[in-house]
Structures are given as C-alpha cells and as structure tokens.
Design a protein around this ligand. Sequence first.
Ligand code: FEO
Ligand code: CA
Ligand code: CA
Ligand code: CA
Length: 596
Amino acid sequence: DARHGGDSADIRFTPVPPNKDDALRIPDGYQSSVVVRWGDPVLPDAPDFDFDNQTPDAQAKQFGYNCDYVTLFPLGRDRALLWVNHEYTDESLMFRGYTGGAEATEDQIKIGLAAHGGSVVEIERGRGAGEWKLVTSGRRRYNRRVTAQTPMRFSGPAAGNALLRTASDPKGVKPVGMLNNCSGGTTPWGTVLTAEENFDQYFVNGDKVPEAQKPFITRYTITTGTPSGNRRFDRIEERFDLAKHPQEANRFGWIVEIDPFDPDSTPIKRTALGRFKHEAATTTLSRDGRLVVYMGDDSRFEYIYKFVSKDRYISGFDRHNRDLLDEGTLYVAKFTGDSPKTEIDGSGKPPSDGLFDGSGEWVPLVSGDKSYVDGMTAAEVLVYTRVAADKVGATKMDRPEDMERNPVTGGVYVALTNNTNRTAAQADEANPRAANKHGHVLEIVERRDDAGEKTFAWSLPLVCGDPNDPATYFAGYDKTKVSPISCPDNVAFDRDGNLWIATDGNQLDSHDGMFVMPVRGKERGHLRQFLTVPTGAETCGPLVTEDQRSVFVAVQHPGEIDGATPDNPASRWPDGDQPRPAVAVVWHGKGKQIGA
Ligand code: FEO
Ligand code: CA
Ligand code: CA
Ligand code: CA
C-alpha cells in the first residue's frame, strides 16, 4: 500500500507485558518524561506548588487536577500550545485528613472548583528527538486556566430557552464554569471542543426540584439529598443546590468550544450538540463539506450521537465557520445485527457467520427549531437529549466513550468500555456479552465512507479480555500473539491509520495502559501494549503527533485506590512524593517513528 497504513513494517516494538509497577513503563528503546503535572505553573505569576500549603488563588493559576483529553496546536516546528482537560478532583488524595464535603474547609472547596476545567500551556521541543517540555519563563501569552467559575455563554437553538434560565441569569445565556470535562476534539478552525461528562455529581437536592422536572433529574442520575461524599460546592456557591436553583443542572452536560489562541475569549456551550454525559467530540467533514461531530454518552446503556452542520465548512472563512456548530441536525445511532437473535446468547461466542456485525442508521432527533421526536419541542430534545433518544428507540450501548475517524480509511471507531449490568436477555449483536466487564471496540463504515450519510455497516473488530478467553476476538488475528486488553476508553489514530487505545479500569491482573492495533491488511487485529501507567491510574489522551515522533499520554488519578490518603499514598508517581496527575510524553531514543 502506497500509504503504508497499518502495515506490519510500521510496528516493531516489543510489547510491554502486563504488570503492576508504580511506574510509566514503556518499550525498550523508548524514553519518557513528564511535561506538566498538577500544580505546575500555568499563568506566569503562578506560585510554586506546595502540597501542604495549597490556596484557591494558587490553584486558579496552576495546572488543574486529573488530566484527561490532550491536544496540540502547533506554534511552529518547536513550539506548541497544549490543551488539557481537568476532569475531576479527588479531595481525599489532594488534602491530608479530608473526610468529605460537609466538613471540608471553604478553601478546600474553592481549590476543588479551581482544579476543574482545563489548561492551555505553551510547550517547546526538548533535547530528545520527540521530547516536549513546559515553557516556564517568558510571557507565555496564550497560557490560560479555565475553571468551574469561568464565565461562559450559550449559543445555538436552546440558548436563552426557559429551561436554561436561573435567578442569576434570567436570560439563560450566561452559564458559569464547566465540569467533568472528559474527552474532546478539535475543530478545523483551530479551537478545542471539550466534553462535560459526569456533571450530575456536583449538585445536591436533586429530589427537591419541581415535580415536572423530576423525571429528567432521574434520567441524568443527578444527586439527591446531600451525600457526604459530595464535594458540596453548594456551600460556596448556592447555584449547586437544586432545591434553590433547580435549573442550574441544565446548564451542564454540554460540548464547550474554547479558542486556545485567544486567552480572553469566552468559552461557548454549543446547545445544538445536545446535552448528555458527553465524552468525545470528534470532527470531520462530509463529502459535500459539512462539519460532522461524533459523540458518545459514557454511561451503561447510553447512546452514540452525531451532529451534521447545515452549512459547509469553507477553509479560511473564519467568521462563517465559527457558526457551523450552531445550526444542523443531531442524530442518534441505531444498530441492527445480521445474525439470528438466537445466536446472540450473551456468552460472547461469535455467531455462525463468524462476526458480530450488521447495519445501522442515524436517526434524526432535532434540526434547529424542528423536533423529530413526538411530544418534545426542539429545545426539550436538546436539553433532555437522553429522553429524546429513548423515544426513538436508539440502541443502548456498553458505555460509549471516545470515538475517532481513521484518517486513512474513513472508518469510525468507538470504545465501549464495559457494562457489567447487561443481562443475557439484553445482549444484542452490537453489545453481545452479558456482564461485559472488559468492553469492546466498534467499527462503523458509513455509506460511501461519507460522514454525512445516514446509514452504515458496522462490526466489532475487538472484543476485549484475556486472549485465552474464547469470548474475546482480535479481528481474527492469531490470539497467541496479542496483548491482553480490558476496558478500552480513549482512542486515537496515527497518520498511518493504526488505532491507539487507552484503557480505564483494567479487570485483568495488570495496570491500565495504552495499546496499538492495525485495522487493515494482514496485521489487522495484532494488538500490542505500548505502555502501562502507575498504580491507581487510568490512561487518557492519548495523542500521537502528526510527525509520529511523540506520544502524549495523560496519567489520570495515580494513587486512586480505596483507602489511600496523603499519609498512606498508593502511588509515588511521578516525583517519588505525593502522586500528581500529569501529562507525559514518550519518544523513541533514536528519534525513530513511534511504533518502531
Ligand atoms: Fe471520563 Fe468516560 O471517562
Ligand atoms: Ca453477524
Ligand atoms: Ca474517559
Ligand atoms: Ca481520542
């Protein structure tokens, strides 16, 4: 193949074996370093991190907690802007003696608010061939912290709708802050799309909203009462108490667009993309040039969505492009298997045609002011998207997380992390295992490989677990030659079209890590482990740079083990001291292409 995509010649490293080392373990011949960790300075006037003397002001200027989505914007060959999501905080690891939100000091709660959101930091190439380092001096004019308290705005069809209005924002257009930003994407015009995921956990008194709102609170599993484990943001900001401000919860759960090149810009919550526990927001163009965004809702039995803009993307016409995410159609996916239902028994044993596969369609939910869902207005579909997807009979998936489109083939890949609640009776060909604890990967091939189409073929190239388990599948590849894998979460492609997979919650006897698998040709299914992360951590990002010389990986929540505290830490990564979530970079010591 002229584009050598997925060819075995590209991937030669010796896989990292399963292990439980408190370390970032990488293949022989590779090197790694930490680029930026929790508490490192982001704004030029940020103080040095001091674990035992944290303050809200310092945290608002320093790198936030639990890094998740990572992306790069080049500023030239040797400089770039790094965007990183800060998904959530783990106060029991951040503060000594922490016993819960009710007893937390006001400063601890304020530090938690400031440690959420995202960071823009300038980075520069290091001495190693693929090494990158945080820029720690000079003006750093793009560096920025976005937090749970940053002023934002709504745009799109639901902006200003009655469902988004609160006492402090009677027009329903100015939400404040973003929460639980998990994965994300970038736009062709150079902005970040960051996805608010488990926003439900930040509120209290979800059971004290008006009666008519209660079904929606339940459908989004929003906290009831004032549980002690809750961060109790309501003690600092009354808006987090739904008994007083019932609609505040409707102002979270969106895709947020942020311009990393304009530190004064107001982040925009794009209502046309719907409201759910957003995971990814991967963009591409349809054949006729419309912008397409793929999105997952990461909970058990939730759905896969895509948005297709009404107008076309016009390269270089910024003023036009920046409105594309406000007008278009939101779809939800419906999967149909091609094997008899009797052959899908929940065991994970492949059906007689040898494949979990079939066809599917994108079912429209809403276009601008037009709702396609009986009994719901367009605004209701956008704010209560889960309820709308229920009504059209979309397919309930095993935790749809990250999605990526293969740059070589156009195939769309979805990580389905796991779903131990699925019963054998609920097994379908796209989610074929009962008590699915290891998850699987779904491949969608849209008609004519056109992202604007409404129908597709699909299959499961990877059914995860121990390769010795007959209920696993590695695209038909020799299972004696693959690495075990469990709980695929984030995915990425390199330039050659190899699929990179990061895991979260490994149910085999090893830490989480990152893997690579060709998806074409003779090597399709040859999955190999590229790295493992320290104790208690999940693997996020990941990002293989355009020049294929560096892999960025976010090491989220190192040391997060039940019962661990700062006085009894479960991990000492990365500095041999308290564990600190961090973004690391991995490169080949001789400057070879990643995978060599
Ligand atoms: Fe934040 Fe779905 O992982
Ligand atoms: Ca089949
Ligand atoms: Ca995730
Ligand atoms: Ca991704």
